[in-house]
Design a protein around this ligand. Structure first.
Ligand SMILES: [Zn+2]
Length: 418
């Protein structure tokens, strides 16, 4: 078999791996690197494209497959969220100028989707199992030519408030090859509960001062997780009553999927009738509807655009306000990055001074270094290929697992024979 790393090598973004056996050829993910000027085109001659989860860095190139009638395999919620995100991408790019894809290309992806947990192709068996990370995320196992490959996609082995972590005991043991993400290959994280306590303390402080809190968040999963967390804290009396809003039509739509597919979540979530219909968190369509002081969970997650950019402009100058970032990664051109690191941000030619507290509380859905080591330790792969991580992160992990498995950190377009 031949494994070719088409994207997501030594970086986060644009994940795509080709697995070619004698009898058939599949792609693992078909992502896009959003901050890249020129989008790389992947081959289109796959018998099937297996999608690990709905994030655009794993799905964003699917539009380019729409005219080839592809077989796309992934979970139901991954299909629904992916198609919505692709629609969103079509709208944003069309507004910016000429974009070769239209709404019907996104819809075509839905029609080509096989929502199932296993598929048998000529001489190849594929199985998908829960990966943690986000709702519907899957680990993919492939058996072909007497060999076993396990691809983690993005993986999280710890439970969060709404989602169970990946159950490593259920994954195939001793694969010939493990292809794993390494986003936090060099990082050991602070225990999650400590971070949540810190978040609650920061919220309380700002609420005591009658300040506004901006929480820029991704529309899928992180928004629902945060809204439910704050909603529960107010219900339980851990936080006082306050104006709490979400402003993202996409996030609002995804709430419905979360209610519809509630069996994906923890026992606690499943026992509620509508677990993502909140008591204290209201959905707004526009920032003009906000009654201050308020806590606002909104897109974009990186503060580039939308409500989060507008509110950053309005609120950053006041020391009573706070901005809470829950993503570990901020692109270099994100206004949130200079706001956090240098106390200002620029929009076009205008510079804005930051007086508000800007804090990063990384509530990540990725395995950290210890968890990645545990994955290797439990699965005991002969070879391990590190993808989806900057080179420093991948190298730090390689050093830790080098005695347990044969490790490689491929470059883009490298081919590995198995
Ligand atoms: Zn992801």
């Amino acid at each position: 078999m031949e494994i070719k790393i088409l994207g997501g090598a030594r970086e986060v973004g644009g994940s795509c791996i080709s697995v070619e056996a004698d009898s058939c050829k599949v792609a693992l993910d078909y992502g896009i690197k959003l901050d890249e000027k020129e989008t790389k085109k992947f081959p289109t001659d796959f018998d099937a494209v297996i999608i690990s989860h709905a994030h655009l860095d794993h799905t964003g190139s699917l539009l380019s497959l729409s005219k080839y009638n592809p077989t796309i395999v992934g979970s139901e919620i991954t299909r629904d969220v992916t198609v919505d995100l692709l629609h969103d991408m079509v709208n944003i790019q069309t507004e910016k100028g000429n974009f070769e894809y239209k709404e019907h290309h996104a819809e075509r992806i839905r029609q080509c989707w096989w929502a199932r947990d296993s598929i048998a192709l000529a001489g190849m068996k594929i199985k998908l199992q829960p990966a943690g990370h986000v709702a519907g995320a899957k680990v993919t196992s492939i058996e072909a030519e007497g060999k076993k490959i396990v691809y983690t996609g993005d993986i999280c082995t710890h439970d969060t408030e709404i989602l169970q972590g990946c159950k490593l005991d259920t994954l195939p043991k001793r694969p010939d090859m493990l292809i794993t993400e390494s986003t936090y290959g060099g990082k050991v994280r602070v225990p999650r509960q400590k971070l949540i306590d810190e978040l609650m303390e920061d919220l309380l402080k700002t609420m005591d001062n009658k300040g506004n809190v901006l929480i820029p968040t991704f529309a899928f999963h992180r928004s629902q997780e945060m809204a439910r967390r704050i909603d529960n804290a107010i219900t339980n009396g851990c936080l006082p009553r306050y104006n709490v809003y979400t402003i993202s039509n996409l996030a609002h739509k995804i709430n419905d999927y979360f209610n519809q597919y509630k069996t994906l979540f923890t026992k606690e979530v499943r026992k509620q009738k509508m677990p993502f219909r909140y008591r204290h968190v209201k959905h707004l369509y526009r920032t003009a509807q906000i009654e201050e002081p308020a806590i606002v969970i909104c897109t974009s997650g990186f503060g580039h655009a939308g409500a989060s950019l507008r509110l950053l402009k309005d609120w950053a100058g006041d020391k009573h306000n706070s901005v809470i970032l829950t993503s570990g990664y901020l692109p270099p051109d994100s206004p949130l990055k200079t706001a956090k690191e240098e106390g200002y941000f620029k929009i076009e030619d205008e510079t804005f001074d930051v007086q508000a507290l800007v804090k990063q509380i990384e509530l990540s859905g990725h395995a950290d270094q210890n968890q990645l080591i545990e994955i290797v330790n439990k699965l005991k792969p002969s070879r391990t290929v590190l993808v989806h991580g900057d080179i420093e992160q991948a190298e730090a992990l390689a050093e830790k697992i080098g005695e347990m498995t044969d490790v490689c950190i491929p470059e883009r377009n490298d081919t590995i024979d198995l």
